[in-house]
Design a binder for this molecule. Structure first.
Ligand code: HEM
Length: 522
């Protein structure tokens, strides 16, 4: 009887090895099969293709128009040839979509207002960042209009009213965080600005005293980092397995915990506002109030809803603003010849203000500063692409290319900013380029920092264009003005502007390098 029992010892050694090897291969086989679902949409084989990260191993090779180490390098290199063409990005592309189509910017005006069931901004975000799985979303997708209205309508409408608070919080933040700088002192933008921006944004999102609570400040800064890291971690697994794996990943648990922390921090403040509302008292002018006001009665004081709105607005606002301000600060330090004209412009406008604080109505008068910021963003954009969308219903592009449901598309926004047919000497930094362009009749508002268009898409374009950009523009101007009005700045001896770090999808400032600041005797 015993001899009939199946055991590895009972079979010859070669067969035993073969069986063991086969069992070991099973997970890889499953992996291979599920991976097939990852790239369900087939892109038209007739379109030219560029491959990223030298990953030329696929069938795409036959149509490859080039293979490039980074998305930015690839798009920049083929732009002159493919400016008016549709082409496909393949290979180890930085975004989680694997393949996507690049369309000429001139078509964006036709596509920008297509409904979500044709072209979806939200779906592209979900897929790119695994956002649902890493708790990057609102409590309920049906809350999106409430969230967006609070940013696009209420925040923008209240800018005039909140400028004083913003200025006060920035001054508080800089005084708290900057050393004396009586002599040249090293300051690291990457250490300083996230906290400055978090404090200032927090003042407008939740108000005092919560905005200065160190745990709140830390949460708003780290949530963004955590959800991106968790999303990247999940990218290592095939798409169909991610919902099963996500709840077990440490990073995903941390993101979930961030929501609970935010709920705990907000609880007493939300309760206080509920009491104030019952008493008929006026609520403070901040994001917490606007979310309450815009929500249905049942959601107004729902902690989970408010916490997810707060985390999402911080996610959209803090690092984008920090990096854009850091790029501009580095550009300013590298070109001290701009400091005096910027200081003069600021002083002239400030002199017209009875309150001693630049108001919203005076901001548009700072044309040099606005231009400097736009030029800095043109040469150091956060993303190589913009207008990233998922095709949710098939449609035909103006050249006849059919885009199927499931395709992704984007515009080569950074390369557009370097287009010689659009810009004079585009590779050169000309801080007042846009100020000069605005002097031409008809161009007065076309080239403002916060203006979007097919030539300038770093805030997106169309119905999903960044709704926080007017607030961000004012905040960044106040930050830079604080620095150039109060300090002289330079880089350490023998060093120039630190080169941007080319990430797979964009450019981030090199936070490992300091700027030297010295207090001015004003
Ligand atoms: C310099 C700083 C910022 C940059 C560069 C930036 C950039 C962007 C970009 C590129 C988009 C996508 C637009 C599209 O694809 O059409 C976007 C969307 C968005 N941004 Fe910003 N942003 C910044 C600051 C802010 C701030 C301060 C807030 C909030 C106060 C904010 C809130 C949002 C929101 C809510 C969306 C989603 C819009 C939608 O779903 O329709 N952003 N931003």
């Amino acid at each position: 009887m015993l001899s009939n029992t199946f055991s590895l010892e009972s079979i010859p050694i070669n067969t035993s090895l073969l069986l063991t090897a086969s069992f070991a291969l099973v997970p890889f086989l499953i992996w291979g099969i599920v991976s097939l679902f990852d790239d369900a949409a087939k892109y038209p084989s007739s379109l030219p293709k560029i491959s990223i990260s030298n990953d030329n191993t696929s069938a795409d090779k036959t149509h490859a128009a080039g293979s490039f180490p980074s998305l930015a390098a690839g798009l920049k290199s083929v732009y002159p040839k493919f400016r008016e063409a549709v082409y496909v990005v393949t290979g180890n592309s930085p975004v989680n979509w694997k393949n996507f189509v690049i369309i000429p910017p001139k078509w964006v005006d036709d596509l920008k207002n297509l409904p979500e069931d044709k072209l979806s901004f939200n779906q592209s975000i979900y897929d790119r960042f695994n956002s649902k799985l890493v708790h990057m979303t609102l409590k309920d997708p049906s809350h999106t209009p409430v969230f967006l209205k609070s940013v696009s309508v209420d925040l923008t409408r209240h800018i005039a009213k909140i400028m004083g608070d913003l200025d006060e919080e920035l001054t508080y933040a800089f005084e708290k965080l900057l050393p004396a700088c009586d002599d040249w002192t090293e300051v690291y933008p990457g250490k300083l600005l996230p906290e400055v921006v978090a404090l200032a944004s927090g003042r407008i999102f939740v108000g005092l005293p919560l905005c200065r609570d160190p745990e709140f400040v830390k949460s708003t800064i780290t949530f963004t980092v955590d959800v991106f890291l968790a999303g990247e971690e999940l990218n290592k697994y095939p798409k169909v397995l991610r919902p099963l794996i996500a709840p077990w990943l440490k990073l995903v648990k941390i993101c979930k915990q961030q929501h609970l922390t935010m709920e705990r921090l907000l609880k007493p403040h939300l309760e206080e506002r509920s009491t104030m509302m019952k008493r008929g008292e006026e609520l403070p002018s901040d994001m917490m109030t606007w979310v309450i006001k815009n929500s249905d009665d049942k959601d107004k004081f729902d902690l989970e809803h408010q916490a997810s709105c707060q985390l999402n607005v911080s996610l959209a606002a803090i690092h984008t603003t920090t990096m854009t301000a850091s790029h501009a600060w580095l550009d300013m330090t590298a070109r001290p010849e701009y400091l005096e004209p910027l200081r003069e412009e600021w002083s002239e406008v400030l002199a017209t203000e009875p309150t001693g604080v630049i108001s919203k109505t005076s901001m548009p008068k700072l044309k040099k500063l606005d231009s400097f910021l736009k030029e800095s963003q043109r040469l150091s954009p956060l993303g190589a692409t913009a207008f990233e969308r998922k095709v949710t219903g098939p449609f035909i592009l103006p050249d006849g290319t059919k885009l199927e449901k499931g395709f992704y598309l984007a515009v080569a926004a950074e390369a557009v900013g370097l287009d010689e047919s659009l810009w004079d000497r585009p590779d050169q930094f000309d801080g007042f380029r846009f100020e000069k362009l605005r002097q031409v009749a008809g161009n007065e508002s076309r080239y403002q920092f916060a203006t979007t268009g097919v030539e300038s898409m770093h805030f997106g374009h169309g119905k999903h264009a960044c709704p926080g950009r007017f607030f961000a523009a004012n905040e960044i101007k106040l930050i830079l003005a604080y620095l150039f009005r109060n300090y002289d700045m330079k880089f350490p001896e023998g060093e120039g502007r630190p080169k941007n770090i080319q990430t797979p999808s964009g450019k981030i400032p090199d936070y490992s390098k300091p700027v030297l600041l010295k207090k001015r005797s004003v």
